[in-house]
Write a protein that binds this ligand. Structure first.
Ligand code: TXA
Ligand code: MG
Length: 337
């Protein structure tokens, strides 16, 4: 069965839609909603049973903590036992926005929400629909990305429908997510350094203005000890095989398969491949050449190529500069190589 979907104005969400969503949340139900990063699968963060329902709907292991969404720093302080000057500076600089700050949790924050751990990940989203929902509920909303475990995050309501079906009670459709990849997740060390747990929409460079940023690029395999369980090596994967390679190598990999090819900036070198008879099976997509523009479009492009039933998706390897770290991270987790 398909879930109930209501279209809302992304900038000025209609009150009846928000009211309906809040009624479902108060009843312990699940509501998917747009944020500026990706769609979230929301439940009342303070309701253990509702949070448990999120895990069931996603098919997600119970040890993976879920982000609590609040309106502002005040909301964060109510969930954390420690909120130091650096946390405060980061919140003032990046909230509302795509930064998740992990802090020691208060006793009343459930182990269900935190995956059994003693810390809670908190973020104040920017998207007006997300904000309207949190404000109307008057409580934090727990929300992971609104996809089944290990699938690509949704950047459109249709992606949520495809992945979760009627495992979600209501989807608020506010159109496409502006950022397109998930928030940056950080924690703050005793030494007052920023530990980057998941690269994301906020760049390392931007964080580096506030403190030293430590990033141990742990591409761990399932079962290893890890600081942030969302960092499993296989994550964010499309159904098709995905390979990342330099442009020169992509053309020869593409031959003889129903293949999606994702390039940066232009299609130089691929003109022949897409026009030659016999290669009609090649689906070429040219995304923006800058990291932020590419990030906005990449998940939707992978969803689309999956829907076209490509059996192979080839993505041009991103440059090795810091601004591409988050995109590279997601592609690495989605790829076989
Ligand atoms: O942009 C986003 O962050 C989206 C939107 C909906 O807000 N949410 C999202 O949630 O991507 P999810 O559950 O798919 O990924 C959350 C990430 C995971 O890598 C998880 O391990 C990490 O945040 N995380 C959450 N709470 C944590 C905690 N207490 N300690 C360490 N890592 C945590
Ligand atoms: Mg996710």
């Amino acid at each position: 069965m398909s879930p109930r979907v209501i279209s809302v104005d992304a900038d000025h969400p209609q009150k009846p839609a928000i009211d309906e969503a809040v009624a479902i949340l108060r009843n312990g139900g699940l509501v998917a909603f747009p944020t500026e990063t990706v769609y979230g699968l929301g439940a009342r963060a303070l309701d253990r049973a509702a949070v448990t329902r999120i895990f069931a709907a996603k098919g997600r292991p119970a040890a993976h903590p879920i982000i609590a969404h609040v309106l502002d720093e005040n909301g964060a302080r109510k969930m954390a036992t420690e909120w130091n000057d650096l946390a405060s500076a980061l919140a003032r600089a990046f909230w509302p926005g795509p930064l998740t700050i992990v802090a020691p949790k208060r006793a009343e924050i459930s182990a269900e929400l935190t995956g059994g751990g003693n810390s809670v990940g908190i973020r104040a989203p920017l998207h007006p629909v997300a904000r309207a929902l949190i404000a109307a509920l008057g409580e934090p909303i727990a929300a992971p990305s609104a996809n089944r475990f290990q699938q690509i995050s949704p950047t459109l309501a249709s992606h949520v429908v495809k992945s979760l079906g009627d495992r979600v009670d209501l989807i608020l459709d506010g159109g496409a997510c502006a950022r397109g990849i998930e928030s940056t997740v950080v924690s703050i060390s005793q030494a007052n350094e920023i530990h980057l747990l998941r690269p994301g929409s906020i760049s390392i460079e931007a964080l580096g203005k506030f403190a030293k940023v430590i990033y141990e690029n742990q591409n761990v395999t399932e079962g290893d000890v890890r600081a942030s369980p969302g960092l499993d090596a296989k994550h964010y994967a499309p159904r098709a095989r995905l390979l990342v390679a330099p442009r020169e190598e992509l053309a020869k990999l593409a031959q003889g398969k129903k293949t999606g090819v994702v390039l940066q900036g232009n299609s130089a070198g691929f003109e022949a491949l897409t026009t030659t008879a016999g290669n009609a099976a090649i689906q070429l997509r040219v995304l923006p050449a800058d990291a932020a523009g590419f990030a906005t479009a990449i998940f939707a492009t992978l969803h689309e190529l999956d829907d076209l039933e490509c059996d192979l998706i080839l993505v041009e390897a991103p440059p090795s500069t810091d601004d591409w770290i988050a995109v590279k991270d997601r592609l690495t987790r989605a790829s076989e190589n």
